[in-house]
Design a binder for this molecule. Structure first.
Ligand code: ASP
Length: 581
């Protein structure tokens, strides 16, 4: 037996017990006639003690071990003289009677500590060492817990875990497919799934009325900081349901996860339409942990001689509570922030509602104190508050003010990682018009059903149709999205038509689904959660990378195994692939 206990479990109750532990050397401290080794494993750290009075040879051996050596030690649990209340094992140490080096280690390229000195690249290259560090280890353990609780919950309410294939034909979800050449079928390719969308719908036709899968999905997109080419979804589908059923089922799911994983109870999840979200927050994934909602000020600002406001499609402001004392410098910094190209604002108007009840603004030339008072009332401001106002084209201005709102919330510490505020966003537009290609695109995907009442508009005004779709937003991040699907062949065919597919193309790409719809397809709908993101938010972070064991870097490379990489001539020949310079 390599060990009788882990490095995280011993305490004074075990005093006097003979134990065997195994793990990695975190630290060796030599103090004259004594040496202490901090022994680490997944469960914690236990202090091993060696003393020249007990055994000089053993002391020598202990001194020779280096960082990250794998060792095994045997000894007796004794009470520590200087206890460490911050450690679960901090009351005891092991008086060692034997020590075996199971494997030596080179000095690691960076320190295996909570705060490491290793740069991003280096840590990616030695990911297996980085994973020894507590913060990453905790993330991976959190991921496991969310995974298990997801399975427990969904299984307990009748969902079946069914695997779907990875070698498939492309599913149009708006991204590029990763393709896999077929050796046996010359010139033909599989595609890796962007999601199991069509398969889960087919499973509904098969009668498995509740399906789920924690599944890898692949999207060949230009990478952004928080995107990964392969990521994991909690993918779900249900038959004989309406939107309300799905919302209730997955409200139950999120409540379960928050309760079991974080010990947090939440009330029922509020709902908001897409239009409301855009008007109040300028975002379809608002962070509702804090206020600062938008107030439209067009009416109150017109015809006072301030051209910028007079000519703007939208004049809109937020009330930053308690910030009337912001200095010139602070406000200038905010103005610079909104003017950044990524934010896209053209400027910022401010109005301070001073503690003494007076109002002062950057546009005092045009607006009287009474005018400003009206703004303050419209924005529910009190003395001490700061009003920030932007103006311009509607969409652009909303987007910029959304960025400013989030930026301020970050600065003011309002985005608390241990607070969870979920929100359903409903009634998205079904279609988006793309100027460049002059055609409609499905905002969600082509299988999404229009809102039942809006179906007649398909022929007259497709742009105004709402989708029977929903997003689940958590702390300003979209953690899930789905829809009630089309289950009628003719409607699906029509939808493909609107999306610019000829009958022939639609048949070629989705013939299997349309065929299935002719054999008794039940009404159905579903949702998929971004598993990595959900775990990251539960861990209080927004970047998903540190919640995956082996992620790719920003350029889509795995630096540890060094891929993508060149393959051999033989392999290329077999696949009949010629690489041209
Ligand atoms: N397949 C969709 C997605 O990956 C989710 C869904 O509609 O269920 O976004």
């Amino acid at each position: 037996m390599h060990r009788t206990h882990t490095c995280g479990e011993l305490n004074l109750q075990h005093e006097g017990k003979n134990v065997k532990l195994a793990g990695w050397v975190q630290r060796v401290r030599n103090l004259g006639g004594m040496t202490f080794i901090d022994l680490r494993d997944r469960y914690g750290i236990t202090q091993l003690a060696f003393n020249e009075e007990w055994d000089t040879e053993l002391l020598e051996k202990a001194r020779k071990t280096g960082r990250e050596f794998v060792i095994q030690a045997e000894g007796t649990v004794i009470e520590r003289s200087s206890k460490n209340p911050n450690m679960s094992t901090g009351e005891i140490e092991i008086r060692c009677s034997s020590l075996t080096v199971l494997n030596a280690s080179k000095t690691p390229p960076f320190t295996i500590e909570d705060e490491t000195d290793g740069g991003e690249e280096l840590r990616m290259k030695y990911r297996y060492l980085d994973l020894r560090r507590n913060p990453l280890k905790e993330n991976i353990m959190l991921r496991h817990r969310v995974n298990i609780e997801t399975r427990n919950y969904l299984s307990s309410i009748g969902f079946l875990d069914i695997e779907t294939p990875f070698l498939i034909k492309s599913t149009p979800e708006g991204a590029r497919d990763f393709v896999v050449p077929s050796r046996m079928h010359e010139g033909q390719f599989y595609a890796l799934p962007q999601s199991p969308q069509t398969f889960k719908q087919l499973l509904m036709v098969s009668g498995f009325d509740k399906y789920f899968q924690i599944v890898k999905c692949f999207r060949d997109e230009d990478l952004r900081a928080d995107r990964q080419p392969e990521f994991t979804q909690i993918d779900c589908e249900m038959a004989f349901v309406e939107r309300e059923d799905i919302l209730n089922t997955f409200e139950g799911f999120l409540k379960h996860i928050l309760k079991t994983v974080k010990g947090v109870d939440i009330d029922s999840i509020p709902r908001m339409t897409y239009d409301e979200a855009m008007a109040l927050y300028g975002s379809d994934k608002p962070d509702i942990r804090f206020g600062m909602t938008f107030t439209g000020l067009n009416e109150l600002t017109q015809n006072k001689g301030f051209n910028v406001f007079d000519q703007a499609e939208l004049v809109v402001g937020i009330n930053v509570e308690g910030c009337a004392e912001y200095s010139r410098k602070q406000i200038d910094a905010l103005t610079d922030f909104v003017k950044r190209p990524q934010v896209g604002g053209s400027g910022l108007v401010w109005c301070k509602y001073n503690a003494d009840g007076t109002l002062k603004s950057s546009v005092d030339k045009f607006y009287s104190p009474e005018d400003l008072k009206e703004w303050a009332e419209a924005m529910d401001a009190k003395p001490g508050d700061l009003l920030l106002i932007m103006a311009g084209p509607k969409d652009k201005t909303r987007k910029a003010l959304n960025e400013l709102r989030l930026h301020l919330a970050e600065e003011l510490g309002l985005r608390k990682p241990d607070e969870f505020a979920p929100l359903w966003v409903l009634d998205f537009p079904l279609l988006e018009w793309d100027e460049d290609t002059a055609r409609w695109y499905a905002m969600h995907h082509p299988f999404t059903s229009p809102y039942p009442k809006d179906i007649p508009l398909l022929d007259t005004d497709p742009g105004s149709i709402r989708a029977n779709a929903y997003d689940l937003v958590l702390n300003g991040n979209e953690i899930g999205g789905g829809s009630i699907r089309i289950h009628d062949r003719d409607l699906q065919k029509k939808m493909f038509g609107i999306l610019g597919f000829s009958d022939e193309e639609a048949k070629k790409q989705f013939g299997f689904l349309m065929d299935a719809f002719e054999y008794g397809a039940p009404p159905h709908g579903g949702i998929a959660f971004g598993f990595d993101r959900l775990v990251a938010i539960l861990g209080g972070k927004e970047s998903i990378r540190d919640f995956m064991a082996f992620p790719k870097n920003n350029a889509g490379r795995d630096l540890m195994i060094d891929t993508p990489s060149i393959i051999g001539e033989e392999q290329l020949k077999e696949l009949r692939i010629t690489i041209t310079e």
